[in-house]
Design a protein around this ligand. Structure first.
Ligand SMILES: Cc1cc2nc3c(=O)[nH]c(=O)nc-3n(C[C@H](O)[C@H](O)[C@H](O)COP(=O)(O)OP(=O)(O)OC[C@H]3O[C@@H](n4cnc5c(N)ncnc54)[C@H](O)[C@@H]3O)c2cc1C
Ligand code: FES
Length: 268
């Protein structure tokens, strides 16, 4: 990993939704070490600042890419980047998903909103080895149909079950409406033999992980990705503190067994 932003050029740009863009990068000169699915980079938009963004594609499969939702100054700067523009990227940082712990087991992936992006390279890694896993289930929730990312790609994936639900349907929406946890009842998995991967807004992570645990999925087999404000990403500034944990050091991916008491305290 490097603590200094390394110049990267935007080589492809895809608008995913009205406010979300996927940018693929190539190094201008020196390359960064390989990222693993679940890890994040600090991405620097020149003149605006730097934010943590997970990888939505890794160098080994498809090239380094980030999927960014515009919510403020820096993310907006990144979403406005064009092919040929240069940004600074440092990393890899943080803990990756651990698909090896799911080998031989059923897999349940639950994504909420932009939380789909960090899960995408994990899903690709799991689907690339169909013999290594039992039934793969992908459950996706979004605010509206227009907020769904990579719909065509999702539709092309061979899974035991893929479910999509939205909070607010549009007139031509024929799919499910409501919270993503309601899809768990239709997924194909034996809870004790299941490993789950969950990423999305914190209330969604809490509700989903609790429901998985209630159904019988071991709490140490539920991997969640936590979001905290980050500045250094190297364990020095304390911005990402969650209870006794520095999320940039022990996260963002942690077991629900470890995350639950910390997120419950914040709820009080
Ligand atoms: C490990 C990690 C991975 C991330 N991966 C992605 C990703 O793949 N794609 C993506 O679009 N975003 C991702 N984010 C969130 C992203 O970092 C924030 O959206 C960004 O920092 C906002 O900065 P800004 O300057 O654009 O907006 P700001 O003006 O800083 O913030 C705009 C709004 O977003 C809220 N906000 C800022 N940072 C966070 C945060 N970390 N968590 C929750 N709310 C926040 C602020 O409170 C404010 O309401 C990730 C965050 C972390 C910690
Ligand atoms: S972001 Fe600075 S300590 Fe984690």
């Amino acid at each position: 990993m490097t603590a200094v932003p390394v110049p990267h050029r935007v080589v492809a740009r895809r608008a995913e939704t009205a406010d979300t863009v996927t940018l693929r990068f190539e190094p201008v000169a020196a390359a960064l070490p390989e990222f693993l699915p679940g890890q994040f980079a600090m991405v620097h938009s020149f003149g605006r600042g730097e934010i943590p963004v997970s990888v939505s594609s890794v160098q080994a499969t498809g090239g380094l890419a980030h999927t960014v939702r515009s919510v403020g100054a820096v993310s907006d700067g990144l979403c406005s980047a064009r092919v040929g523009d240069v940004v600074g990227i440092r990393g890899p940082y943080g803990t990756p998903w651990e698909p090896e712990r799911a080998r031989g087991r059923d897999v349940v992936v639950v994504a909420g909103g932009i939380g789909f992006a960090p899960l995408r390279p994990l899903i690709l890694a799991v689907l690339a080895e169909p013999a290594a896993y039992r039934r793969v289930n992908i459950l996706i929730g979004a605010r509206t149909p227009g907020d769904l990312i990579a719909r065509a790609e999702v539709a092309s994936w061979a899974t035991a079950y893929t479910g999509i639900t939205v909070d607010q349907p549009e007139v031509d929406w024929r799919g499910d409406v409501g919270v993503v946890t309601q899809l768990l009842g239709r997924a194909h998995f034996e809870p004790e033999e299941t490993t789950a991967f969950v990423c999305g807004p914190e209330p969604m992570i809490r509700a989903t992980s609790r429901e998985l645990a209630h159904l019988g999925v071991p709490r140490d087999q539920v991997q969640v990705s936590l979001e905290r404000n980050m500045r250094c990403a190297t364990g020095h500034c304390g911005h990402c503190q969650l209870g006794p944990l520095l999320v940039c050091q022990v996260g963002p991916v942690v077991d629900w067994e470890r995350a639950e008491p910390l997120l419950s305290v914040r709820e009080l």
